[in-house]
Design a protein around this ligand. Structure first.
Ligand SMILES: C[S@@+](CC[C@H](N)C(=O)[O-])C[C@H]1O[C@@H](n2cnc3c(N)ncnc32)[C@H](O)[C@@H]1O
Length: 291
């Protein structure tokens, strides 16, 4: 009898547990990458997020919302560059763990200003809490339905007049496979390295991350993790955002970031069906509410 069959035999409840579909938290899309994220991308991206967002964050008067906080690079920049509370929204446990470690190392005056929400934004129940929101490196990997569901949730979390900054997804599919090497880093006796290989797959971009750790005698271990990205044109993103009450602000120095302002409230759902259409960004398909 195999070891697994033997275990199932001994524990009648185990067979039930093992066939149950994994809960969302167990289907952690970043389970592999979380270990390598900061060491291979941290320093470069830390400088970039300061350059992209620090002025807006410095202008926040109510609070800053970091949507898809990951391991906390944007969160940390928000704490340092502002005087206001910061809401870090991060549903994936693998990414939230380094985020918590990063926050634990901060002096308590910084740490008391940040709240971590272990959910997707639409589940976090945040209403009118912030006047600046940032989505850095978050939108590209969202399925279009999830992306469209995010805009009304951000509109709900911002006060009127609030500003949203989005790092835009790639606008189109790559023509051929491209490889981007991540600079290698030394940790003690080991060298960490990786690369990102992107290629078109029908209407999506398959993005394969390959990681390795080398010791003196050669490769000690290798891992890969694949993410899907949905190319979306800037105008399409703006069109979706307009349905949730956002208006585009003038183009920024770096066209990779789109800035929009919440100019009107997102319509409140009138029925479960209306709520579903709002999430899909199709609410305007409904006739006006009866008076
Ligand atoms: C590629 S990581 C980027 C993390 C961070 N912004 C950075 O640039 O270092 C994207 C993050 O968005 C999170 N995420 C995905 N969908 C989300 C949603 N609906 N609400 C909030 N976070 C989400 C993922 O769990 C993931 O950690």
């Amino acid at each position: 009898m195999s070891r697994m069959a033997c275990l199932l035999d001994m524990h009648p409840f185990l067979s039930e547990a093992s066939v149950a579909p994994p809960r969302r938290e167990e289907q952690d899309a970043y389970a592999i990458s979380a270990e390598f994220y900061d060491i291979l991308q941290g320093e470069q991206d830390g400088a970039r997020v300061r350059q992209l967002y620090s002025r807006d964050v410095g202008n926040a008067r109510l609070a800053v919302l970091d949507v898809g906080a990951g391991t906390g690079r944007v969160t940390l920049m928000c704490l340092v560059e502002s005087q206001v509370p910061v809401h870090a929204v991060e549903p994936a446990r693998s990414m939230r763990s380094p985020l918590m470690t990063r926050l634990a190392s901060l002096p308590s005056d910084l740490r008391t200003r940040v709240t971590v929400h272990p959910h997707t934004l639409d589940e976090a129940g945040l209403h009118k809490v912030a006047d600046v929101a940032i989505c850095h490196n978050t939108i590209a990997c969202l399925h279009p339905a999830s992306r469209r569901a995010l805009w009304p949730a951000i509109a709900g979390a911002l006060v009127p007049g609030g500003v949203l900054l989005i790092q835009l997804p790639p606008a189109c599919l790559p023509h051929h496979e491209t490889t981007h090497d991540l600079p290698t880093q030394r940790v003690g006796q080991h060298e960490y390295g990786g690369r990102m290989v992107a290629s078109a797959d029908v209407n999506r971009i398959r993005t394969r991350f390959e990681y390795w750790v080398r010791g003196e005698g050669g490769v000690l271990r290798e891992h890969t993790e694949t993410f899907w990205m949905w190319p979306t044109a800037r105008t399409e993103v703006i069109g979706e955002l307009e349905k949730s009450g956002f208006a585009p602000l003038p183009e920024r120095a770096d066209p990779a970031v789109l800035a929009v302002r919440l100019t009107r409230r997102c319509p409140a759902p009138r029925s479960p069906e209306h709520a579903r259409l709002l999430r899909l960004g199709l609410a305007t398909a409904l006739p006006p509410a009866p008076r």
